[in-house]
Design a protein around this ligand. Structure first.
Ligand code: APR
Length: 252
């Protein structure tokens, strides 16, 4: 026999599935939590090993890079390696499948790890860029590394300028393409799913607020409560790798 909390979760999954079944437009926002079960630590988890004493908010800034590009690059190389070794988890795969079950589907991610794409999601809006790409600081375009980049700092093959990871740092603007497309999707959706995000970092966190204002059903998936939880219509409290496949089952 199921206990009370299992029965309550089943009821919440059924409510969420019902909203998805009726929806014409679905917008999803994911954060670091969806990749936690792939072994990538969330931002607000303590960093481990070599980087345990550093705060990401002090490393992921233009000022930190200007001060000490080698130090910031070392941190990014460490994270790139972690991401290269990681695999998408059942939460990523469930979202790739959900896209085919609703008429219009937009996936916005704050993650820079590319795991949604590796799980088969198409047209992902990368709100904070992608850690696996390099961008030229001079030309501001995605760039290849020059041959001699093996020694010292990575340099642009075309112009020799310093390269940086193609991510959005604290204090920097969101790339206009993903920002406008995400805003339009959030404002016009019937169902908005907020998955694995602390809902603390703006402007990403404002997408759920736009969806709420527009009257969408807002569903949150997170083992912990967030600032969004009190306003959400359905709060699925648990890990996304477990609950998103169950949501798909409830939809069948
Ligand atoms: N499933 C779902 N959610 C989870 C899981 C899990 N298995 N594990 C943890 N979480 C939740 C946490 O409870 C937390 O609410 O994921 C959230 C992660 O929050 P943050 O670390 O703040 O990540 P995020 O919201 O993506 O941060 C936004 O801040 O540091 C910047 O640019 C960075 O994109 C990042 C942005």
């Amino acid at each position: 026999m199921k206990n009370d909390s299992a029965v309550a979760l089943d009821a919440l999954l059924a409510r969420a599935a019902d909203a998805l079944r009726k929806a014409k437009r679905v917008c999803v926002l994911t954060g670091a939590g969806i990749s936690a079960e792939s072994g990538i630590p969330t931002f607000r988890d303590a960093l481990t090993g070599l980087w345990a004493n550093f705060n990401p908010e002090d490393l992921a800034t233009p000022e930190a890079f200007e001060r000490d590009p080698k130090f910031v690059w070392d941190w990014y190389e460490f994270r790139r390696e972690l991401i290269r070794q990681a695999e998408p988890n059942p939460g990523h795969f469930a979202l790739a499948e959900l896209a085919g079950r609703v008429p219009r589907f937009t996936l916005v991610t704050q993650n820079v790890d590319g795991l949604h794409q590796r799980a088969g999601s198409k047209g992902v809006l990368e709100y904070h860029g992608n850690i696996l790409r390099d961008r030229c600081c001079v030309e501001q375009v995605i760039a290849e590394r020059s041959e001699d980049s093996r020694h010292g700092l990575p340099r642009c093959a075309a112009c020799g300028g310093l390269l940086r990871p193609d991510v959005v740092w604290f204090g920097e603007a969101i790339p206009p393409g993903p920002m406008l497309a995400a805003a339009a999707a959030a404002e016009s959706c019937d169902v908005f799913l907020s998955i694995g995000t602390s809902s603390l970092v703006y402007p990403a966190a404002s997408l759920a607020e736009s969806a709420l204002r527009a009257g969408a059903t807002v569903i949150e998936v997170n083992p912990d409560r967030t600032d969004l939880s009190p306003a959400a219509d359905v709060v699925l409290g648990g890990p996304s790798g477990l609950l998103l496949p169950r949501l798909l089952d409830a939809l069948s």
